[in-house]
Write a protein that binds this ligand. Structure first.
Ligand SMILES: [Zn+2]
Length: 67
């Protein structure tokens, strides 16, 4: 029982701090779950790892390759 509770707590924490990858080009409005996504291959700028919630607040949408 104790183990199950611990598992739930860890899971909740994980979803709350989910991070995504973005291309810091200034014009990109996409976010990516995978760092090696083909949508990021063309990125000529720095890759940033940010919070999923933050990405959504900035108006970013999930990259077309990962839908
Ligand atoms: Zn992607």
């Amino acid at each position: 029982m104790k183990t199950l509770l611990l598992f739930i707590i860890i899971n909740t924490n994980f979803s709350a701090t989910k991070t995504v990858y973005i291309c810091n080009s200034g014009i990109s409005k996409k976010y990516h779950y995978k760092q090696d996504c083909r949508g990021l291959k063309n990125c000529q700028f720095k890759l940033l790892k940010i919070n999923l919630d933050k990405a959504k607040r900035e108006g970013r949408t999930l990259c077309k390759w990962e839908r």
